[in-house]
Design a protein around this ligand. Structure first.
Ligand code: G3I
Length: 276
């Protein structure tokens, strides 16, 4: 069966309403921030897993899947990594992938190995970043390092504004097709789905075209702006996932509206008091 997950924060696990909803309504968790580079390697070579382990153990103790998020990303890098470039950055990034994936080896259902590496707009190109400037092969190098460290985890590429057939999702589609043809280890693509008041009519067709490449697809960070169509959009996304056999699960990006990064948008499934 498909999983239904929530992004959670270690600092909220002491909130009884929050954990009641988490344990009764969900069977997967994603750390909202606790496994990111700045959190896990605040100074180079010194790894801190306390909060990431809290999320992991919350999930495992509840029999839930744990999605790891995210090994490499242009944002939320520790200051020391932001200051690196070239070979020094490449080596540091791959070491980060290896160390973190090894720490969590055997425990993670799927890792977002690389997050948000494509540009917005019509180019379909990679996003400029310090990581991209180390060479266009940085993404495949990261996937190979992750596979070597934890062969049991599904390895995902994850991005936003890919919630339909458009230039950005097509750029990613072409990368995944290339990876599959050359044997670069990639198992899944995450569609964040931070949605506004509308949804692209090609949402399901887009999931399907990726699935047809031979990867799983997952909805990884779903939230929908409050407004006339919120319930309909949640329904459309859910039905799209159910209609695509390789759509393995849906994760919402928080539990209550008050837990959301989208302040004022009330984009989640539970209100501030924890009511559905
Ligand atoms: O924990 C510190 C706290 O100690 C400090 O006092 C406070 C003041 O700035 O900051 C707190 O850290 C914040 C952290 O969230 C925890 O609340 C960071 O500043 C803030 O930048 C961080 O925001 C996160 C954001 O990623 C960072 O880019 C959001 O919670 C998180 O929901 C968001 O998630 C991203 C996904 O990882 C990738 N896709 C998009 C999504 C939404 O932006």
């Amino acid at each position: 069966g498909r999983y239904f997950g929530a992004a959670i924060a270690a600092g909220r696990l002491g909130d009884a309403t929050y954990t009641r909803i988490l344990t009764t309504e969900f069977n997967a968790v994603t750390p909202e921030n606790e496994m990111k580079w700045d959190a896990t390697e605040p100074s180079q070579g010194r790894f801190t897993y306390t909060n990431g382990d809290r999320i992991l153990n919350q999930g495992l103790s509840n029999g839930s899947k744990v999605r790891g998020h995210a090994l490499l990303w242009h944002a939320q890098q520790p200051g020391w990594a932001q200051a690196l470039s070239g070979t020094a950055l490449r080596n540091a990034a791959l070491n980060h992938v290896t160390q973190v994936a090894t720490h969590y080896k055997g425990k993670i259902y799927a890792w977002d190995v690389v997050n948000e590496a494509f540009a917005d707009g019509g180019s379909g190109a990679r996003r400029d970043s310090n990581l991209q400037r180390t060479g266009n092969d940085w993404i495949e190098a990261a996937f190979r390092a992750a596979r070597a460290a934890d062969p049991g985890a599904k390895l995902c590429y994850n991005d936003y504004n890919t919630d339909g057939i458009n230039a950005k999702s097509t750029g990613i589609y072409n990368m995944v097709r290339d990876f599959k043809s050359r044997g670069v280890p990639i198992d899944c693509v995450g569609f964040q789905s931070h949605l506004g008041t509308g949804i692209d009519s090609s949402y399901q067709a887009n999931l399907q075209r990726f699935a047809d490449l031979g990867v799983d697809v997952q909805i990884t960070e779903l939230d929908v702006e409050q407004g006339g169509n919120q319930a309909t959009i949640y329904s459309t996304v859910t039905k799209a996932c159910l209609a695509v056999s390789r759509c393995t699960g849906i994760t919402v990006w928080g539990i209550r509206d008050s837990d959301s990064w989208r302040t004022g948008a009330n984009p989640l499934l539970f209100d501030n008091s924890g009511n559905k």
